[in-house]
Ligand binder design. Structure first.
Ligand SMILES: [Zn+2]
Ligand SMILES: [Zn+2]
Length: 145
């Protein structure tokens, strides 16, 4: 596992854990307050991103030593789960707003395939993400503005 994929994995996982931690604080605040018939106090937990980064780096280095290549697959898996969520949420949001078509907007660092599709109109049912690591956008088109 190279430095790039390892840092990519951390860039993906650490914010997820931080977001989960922030949500846990809000949920616990609400739950405890409800039990006590009191108002939430605006609870938060201190940021542990640095600690997570160190822990994961250690684990990834060990995995890489014992099972070469497996850490890369782990990164790819997390990455594709993230991308799937973004794509699923984008499609769902467009359907929710009765959008039937979107315009494909290629990102600044898009590949040739994506650049060639820049500006094209597609039905919402078509996956707005053309391939893995595609950071292009789907701009919803209003039917009757
Ligand atoms: Zn592309
Ligand atoms: Zn793309």
């Amino acid at each position: 596992m190279g430095t790039i994929t390892q840092s990519l994995f951390l860039a993906l996982v650490v914010p997820l854990l931080a977001a989960r931690r922030a949500r846990a604080a809000v949920e616990a605040d609400v739950n405890v307050s409800e039990h006590l018939d009191d108002e939430p106090v605006g609870l938060w937990l201190p940021d542990r991103s640095e600690h997570y980064t160190k822990s994961f780096s250690t684990v990834l280095t060990i995995i890489d030593e014992v099972l070469p290549g497996e850490a890369d697959r782990l990164t790819a898996l997390v990455e594709s789960i993230e991308a799937d969520s973004t794509q699923e949420a984008t499609q769902k949001a467009m359907k929710f707003h009765d959008v039937e078509k979107y315009q494909f907007v290629a990102g600044s660092d898009a590949c040739d395939e994506c650049k060639a599709d820049n500006g094209k109109i597609y039905p919402v049912s078509r996956n707005p993400s053309h391939h893995r690591n595609c950071n292009c956008e789907a701009k919803p088109i209003k039917e009757n503005p």
